[in-house]
Design a protein around this ligand. Structure first.
Ligand code: ATP
Length: 914
């Protein structure tokens, strides 16, 4: 007798030998794969997984370590340094040349390690976003990691899903799949479960859904025939997209600025060399070293590394606050967002629903209970309803519940819903009314379904009644169902539809913020097995309305307030009823004064009118996904920077068009996630506000790092130029400058990349995206501090030189002065305008203090350790020297604080510009 093993082996053989699954009947395929219509038993999957491995495409080969290391040398500065190192070597300055080349190697090593760290940070984010698949196992619908799929698994496909493996379709309803990754064809192709000829080419295998392609419409089930590298996409050598490069528009601007700066500095260094040798008659080799010194002094070598780290830190901080960045530029854009358009359900509200009210043709009922638990009470004006009424309500709930796909489950921490929470609430209502759903499903088996979609806003199912007739059940938005119904049920009687009554009920229930759902039924002749749209166009009878509560999230209310304080307008875009939307919007603190615009209103507005109205109104109701796209365009035309949330496949265009597209991590489809710049791990609006705050902080910290680093270079360059012009020896030598730029500056600046958000950061207006990185004010700050630094260094230099100190001591004192200046200026830079002479300002960032301590320790080594003395030409200092140095450096701290104060006084006098 054949063992299970043998079967699995045969199946393996089939799936890897390119078996023509597309040509074989679905039932036969299931059998060949040892599976069934209700999927695999969970117990059988471990073995299959061991046999076929994870359902994952091979990782792209990493650039080899050597290549990555080599890449670090490819930059103008390094070329300059290498050339200088070689020339100094030829000139016989062994130690200098050794130090310069050593710096080159250290720089490359730092770059190498940094790049690796940044990449693994992004890799980590990608893992947080790994796709899921819906499968049937043991006959139960479950969501599992796509990696865990095995051949034989039965997968459920819905619009927006990325097909997780190669599937032979078992049944398909209106399924359309976009197969561009495989065939290059971007028009979606229809799919069906019927076999196609064995010799059909890939693009014509209509009975298959291939891994990596995108479901654009319809619903289907299919059995996995190949996973991982054995799939069609795996076989053409497609690889997992590698992590994006660590770059953003800002960094690119900075890099090109850096290149221009380098070239300009090289020219300047050349001129200085010419001036020194020709005009001042300095020796060529001494002048060459001076020119190299100038070049390395003026180029901010550490800046690129600090920028990359700053960005990586920001991305990780956002991830900790549940906002996962998919495209790095979003980190910057988030800081300048002026409008956030958010979905309502699940993002601004909790998406934990409960039926609170029921309206029938003759009465209103209140429902109480907790969550999805089956116990609760139903009353009518406070009194228990009569038995006959309860039976009518149970009929209504049963009809609604049979027209649901969700399921309720009792776990360790109470009842929870698997699937749509709104449907969960209906199931809970049915339970509260004593309906036995297992029995109801057995008595009325489902034959067909028209799934819910945001376009037509209802869902319909066809069942076989015990008497053999067909039973249609419809649940959906009341406006839609009121259009379709011509009668209503009242007790046992069927009466003509009383539109006025229902409209009044609808307005009253929606006005309290309840989400509304209508339930209607119709009978069909016994022979019907399939449901068509035409079946819903006449003969429907309305049973009643359900009012569901979906309270706003507490955190969302606070987050909306924070956004508004930050000059960001929050707008709600929902498929819900306008009255419901307005009631919830009011509780969230959105502007409800101008009322709500519905999708239908939007259709009537032309582009210019829409741009105007979209700015005024904060609540958009009964919208469909195309409206989101129009709104994004309208707001952008009005000069806004728009963040837009979305979850469905149809939201993808709006997410792509928005400046920051935000997809929901939990209820979002793969299509939406792939179109988005950012994914919210918890679907919560508050995470958007957190991401905006982090985005602003990253940008601020990058600015702080630049404002910190540039004056050091400015001070050094001015010192060297001044010395050459005055015909003096260099106060700081080239190798000493390298030490400062590559060691002390980077160590100190690193602390700024980790600066926490400033307290007032969410009370400032959004940054203009075209605003230059270095505003006029910051440009001024760089010049101001450069001048103070050069004055202090020259002061110490002159003092010691006049006193006739040894040149090594003079230079050691000068270098230590510059480093100490940097250390105090680091404290100034913690806040660009706010004072730092406070407890928080001086002690608030332990990393800054740690960095300063580290640098002081390094300076002691630099001054007293014999090998350092040999390399950098330093000499030991006496205790009194340190006092002098401290006195030379400390004034900077106070001068910058005075400058800030003057500046704050000025902006306070001109509040409009603040
Ligand atoms: P958003 O997340 O944009 O706020 P929404 O949840 O408010 O969206 P939709 O999901 O498009 O909007 O729902 C719109 C309306 O469709 C609901 O008010 C409800 O009447 C109806 N509806 C929602 N879900 C279902 C469903 N599963 N079956 C039938 N009708 C539904």
């Amino acid at each position: 007798m054949a063992t299970v093993h043998d079967h699995v082996r045969t199946a393996e053989h089939h799936s890897q030998a390119g078996e023509p699954w597309h040509a074989r009947p679905a039932a036969e395929v299931l059998e060949a794969l040892e599976s069934g219509p209700s999927g695999l038993p969970e117990a059988a999957t471990a073995e299959r997984r061991a046999r076929w491995g994870e359902n994952r495409l091979p990782e792209p080969p990493r650039a080899g370590a050597l290549l990555r290391l080599a890449r670090q040398f490819h930059n103008v500065l390094i070329y300059v340094l290498i050339a200088s190192g070689i020339i100094t070597l030829l000139m016989g300055h062994l130690v200098d040349s050794g130090v310069i080349l050593g710096v080159v190697v250290i720089n490359a090593a730092i770059g190498f390690v940094q790049e690796g760290k940044a990449e693994s940070a992004l890799d980590g984010l990608r893992r947080m976003l790994s796709p899921a698949a819906t499968v049937l196992r043991d006959g139960r619908r479950r969501s599992i990691a796509a990696e865990a799929l095995v051949p034989g698994d039965v997968v459920i496909l819905e619009p927006g899903d990325r097909v997780p493996a190669d599937l032979r379709l078992l049944l398909a309803r209106g399924l359309e799949v976009q197969e561009a990754v495989l065939t290059g064809e971007s028009v979606p192709v229809p799919k069906a479960a019927t076999p196609v000829p064995a010799d059909a080419v890939l693009a014509e295998r209509g009975s298959m859904a291939f891994s990596g392609t995108l479901v654009t419409r319809g619903h289907a089930r299919g059995v996995v025939v190949a996973t991982g590298g054995a799939t069609e996409i795996g076989r053409i050598g497609h690889l997992i997209a590698s992590a994006p490069r660590m770059t953003t528009p800002l960094l690119r601007r900075l890099a090109s600025f850096g290149r221009t700066l380098t070239v300009a500095i090289l020219v300047l260094a050349g001129l200085t060399f010419a001036f020194g040798t020709l005009v001042r008659d300095f020796a060529a080799d001494a002048m060459f070293l001076a020119a190299v010194g100038l070049a390395v002094a003026a180029i901010p070598e550490g800046l690129p590394a600090i920028m990359t780290i700053g960005l990586a830190v920001g991305v990780q901080r956002m991830a900790r606050r549940r906002a996962i960045i998919r495209r790095l530029p979003a980190v910057e854009t988030l800081g300048s967002v002026t409008v956030i358009c958010s979905d309502k359900t699940g993002t601004l509200t909790r998406n934990e629903m409960m039926v609170e009210g029921i309206a029938t043709a003759s009465a209103l009922y209140e429902v109480s209970g907790a969550g999805y638990a089956p116990d609760g009470t139903i009353t009518r004006g406070g009194a228990a309803p009569a038995e006959a009424e309860r039976a009518g309500l149970a009929d209504l709930a049963r009809a609604g519940a049979l027209c649901c796909d969700a399921a309720l489950r009792e776990g360790a921490d109470g009842w929870s819903v698997e699937g749509d929470p709104m449907e969960g609430a209906i199931l809970a209502l049915a339970a509260r009314l004593g309906v036995d759903m297992a029995q109801a499903q057995a008595a009325m088996p489902r034959l067909d379904v028209i799934p819910f979609d945001a376009e037509h806003r209802f869902m319909a199912t066809l069942h076989r009644r015990p008497d053999g007739l067909g039973q249609v059940l419809v649940k959906g938005a009341p406006e839609r169902l009121l259009e379709l119904c011509d009668r209503q049920r009242d007790g046992l009687a069927e009466l003509p539809l009383d539109l006025a009554w229902w409209h009044a009920r609808q307005a009253a229930m929606a006005g309290t913020g309840q989400r509304l759902l209508a339930v209607a039924v119709r009978r069909l002749p016994p022979d019907r097995r399939q449901l068509a749209m035409e079946d819903l166009e006449e003969g429907l009878t309305l049973l009643g309305l359900l009012g569901l509560s979906d309270p706003p999230r507490e955190e969302a209310m606070a987050a909306v307030q924070r956004c508004q304080d930050a000059g960001i307008r929050v707008k709600m875009i929902t498929g819900d009823h306008p009255a419901t939307a307005l009631a919830i919007a009011g509780r969230l603190g959105l502007a409800t004064g101008p009322g709500a615009l519905t999708g239908r209103d939007l259709d009537l507005l032309d582009e210019a009118a829409l741009a105007r109205r979209a700015g005024e109104v904060d609540v958009f109701a009964r919208t469909s996904p195309e409206h989101k796209l129009r709104l994004v365009h309208a707001l952008q035309r009005a000069g806004q920077i728009v963040a837009m949330t979305g979850d469905g496949v149809n939201d993808a265009p709006a997410l792509k068009s928005a400046d920051v597209g935000i997809a929901m991590g939990r209820k979002g489809t793969e299509a939406a996630k792939e179109a988005a710049e950012m994914v919210l791990a918890d679907d919560d609006f508050a995470s958007i506000a957190a991401a905006v705050e982090e985005g602003r902080t990253v940008y601020n910290n990058l600015r702080k790092a630049i404002v910190f680093i540039l004056p050091t270079n400015g001070g050094e360059a001015l010192t060297i130029i001044g010395a050459i012009l005055a015909g003096l020896p260099l106060p700081i030598t080239a190798v000493q400058i390298l030490w400062i730029n590559m060691v002390t500056t980077v160590t100190l600046a690193l602390a700024l990349a980790f600066e926490p958000a400033e307290r007032g950061i969410m009370r400032q207006r959004p940054r203009r995206p075209d605003a230059p990185l270095l505003s006029r004010f910051l440009g001024w700050r760089v010049v101001f501090v450069s001048l103070i630094m050069v004055a202090a260094v020259f002061g110490v230099f002159f003092g010691y030189e006049r006193a006739g100190a040894d040149m090594a001591v003079v230079r050691t004192a000068s270098v230590n002065t510059l480093v100490l200046l940097e250390a105090v200026y680091l404290l100034n830079c913690r806040h660009l305008v706010q004072p730092v002479l406070t407890r928080e300002g001086l002690l608030g960032n332990p990393l800054a203090l740690g960095a300063i301590a580290t640098v002081l320790l390094l300076q002691l080594l630099f001054t007293y350790a014999p090998p350092m003395q040999l390399m950098f030409g330093t000499a030991p200092l006496a205790a009194a020297d340190w006092l002098v140095i401290l006195l030379a450096a400390l004034p900077l701290l106070f001068l910058v604080e005075i400058e800030k104060r003057v500046l704050r006084g000025r902006t306070a006098a001109a509040p409009a510009k603040a």
